[in-house]
Design a protein around this ligand. Structure first.
Ligand code: ADP
Length: 166
């Protein structure tokens, strides 16, 4: 498009994704309506003691987004804003579920702007049916044998069943 900045077509959606839920997928679909290329990047943050390794989380996201065009899955361990800049993404996507997300996200967005002033954070709201979903809640329900079918992609249901049957 004439006059459009070429790099604005790429956005970064960073997160822990331990594991990916339909809330995350909903945000990806919304982001894809605005940006042609979406880099979904798994944060390598061992201090959160994730259930799935970075490689497992990447594989799960790839499988869950198999039918979506223009999505690339990667991982990163540097500062989010620096990683965004390094892959030429001028936009960081974050999901806002409720007011409770706001405080933390606001702090992160301003800190990221301080680190990389040319990178903007864009917040997207999921369909309200996913607004109470979180990866930790899903793991908790799966671990206790509850049904998570309507909250996660099929691959996540399988992986959690395998993990918790051990
Ligand atoms: P992080 O540790 O970076 O917060 P998460 O995987 O928990 O990693 O979340 C990644 C992003 O996705 C965050 O912006 C979070 O608010 C958003 N997110 C998580 N769950 C949902 C959901 N159910 N609906 C919409 N956005 C969500």
């Amino acid at each position: 498009m004439k006059g459009r900045h070429p790099m604005i077509d790429t956005a970064l959606y960073p997160g822990t994704f331990d594991p990916i839920t339909l809330g995350h997928v909903d945000i990806m679909k919304r982001a894809k309506r605005i940006f042609s290329n979406l880099i979904v990047a798994v944060a390598d943050n061992p201090e959160k003691h994730p259930l799935f390794s970075v490689q497992e989380r990447i594989e799960i996201i790839k499988e869950a987004t198999r039918e979506m065009d223009g999505i690339t899955v990667s991982s990163f361990s540097e500062l989010t804003a620096r990683y965004a800049k390094s892959i030429n993404a001028l936009v960081i996507i974050r999901g806002l579920r409720a007011v409770s997300d706001f405080e933390f996200e606001f702090q992160m967005a301003l800190m990221n702007r301080k680190i990389e002033p040319t990178v903007e954070t864009v917040f997207l709201m999921p369909n309200e049916k996913y607004s109470y979903l979180s990866s930790s809640l899903i793991k908790d329900i799966a671990r206790r044998g509850g049904d998570i079918s309507c909250f996660v992609p099929d691959i996540v249901k399988e992986k959690l069943a395998q993990r918790y049957s051990k």
